[in-house]
Design a protein around this ligand. Structure first.
Ligand code: PGA
Length: 246
């Protein structure tokens, strides 16, 4: 059984000073926690300072994005090689906010996954349907397309984690029902099996969308849920500590 994986996605929150203050509180209360893996994805500007603190802990340094080239004239971008150099282990790719606000499509996402894996980084690949997709009964079709296109010619399931994040559940306080999570995770597992065979079982599938200290226990108990990606509730050290210690 792989360890449950609980990842904080800080999005565009926290200055360096605020990030360090969070760690000052969070690390002592979660020290010695066994049997689960914790990740924190700060903004790029905090990555180095956060990484220097995390190096003395078992918490994994994660990034929220990466570009698909390692260097060049790409104003404003950060490369997988640069992240690797800062001690990053996991990179979140294809988050719905990247898809929505920065027009990332499946092709760009696939290139980013290739580039990260080539650099020896592990990828947390996000997929999920919009409310409209769900209302039109297109959830499974959308998930299938995102998986097939995003993982095109990706042959390293050991480097992959999938985050199932229904777009309508992100930051809304509306969490998907146990049945919806169960169905989608099983569907994702079966899609992965079609691509990777038995190696699909090496891939952890996380749920994301309005995870809180109150609902974490029931979410973690659902079949094929091997962890969570947490936005809003990961910003407060006490709240996030409650989640990782569920
Ligand atoms: P949320 O965000 O926990 O604030 O809903 C989750 C995410 O976007 O990863």
């Amino acid at each position: 059984m792989p360890k449950k994986f609980i990842v904080a996605n800080w999005k565009m929150h926290k200055t360096v000073r605020e990030a360090l203050a969070f760690l000052d509180e969070f690390i002592p209360i979660t020290k010695g926690l066994n049997g689960r893996e914790i990740g924190i994805a700060p903004t790029f500007i905090c990555i180095e300072s956060v990484g220097k603190v995390l190096i003395n802990t078992s918490i994994k340094l994660c990034a929220q994005n990466a570009f698909y080239e390692n260097k060049g004239a790409y104003t404003g971008e950060v490369s997988p090689a640069m992240l690797k150099d800062c001690g990053v282990e996991y990179v979140i790719i294809g988050h719905s906010e990247r898809r929505k606000y920065f027009y990332e499509n499946d092709d760009i996402i696939n290139k980013k996954i290739h580039a990260c894996i080539k650099e020896g980084l592990k990828v947390i690949f996000c997929i999920g349907e919009t409310l409209e997709d769900r209302q039109n009964n297109k959830t499974m079709e959308i998930l299938k397309t995102q998986i097939r296109n995003g993982l095109l010619e990706i042959n390293s399931p050991e480097a992959l984690t999938i985050a199932y994040e229904p777009v309508w559940a992100i930051g809304t306080g509306v969490v998907a029902t146990e049945e919806q999570i169960k169905q989608s995770h099983l569907f994702i597992r079966n899609q992965l099996k079609e691509i990777y065979g038995e190696r699909a079982n090496e891939v952890r599938i996380l749920y994301g969308g309005s995870v809180t200290p109150e609902n974490i226990k029931s979410i973690m108990a659902i079949d094929n849920v091997e962890g969570v990606l947490v936005g809003g509730a990961s910003l407060d050290p006490l709240k996030f500590a409650k989640i990782v210690k569920y």
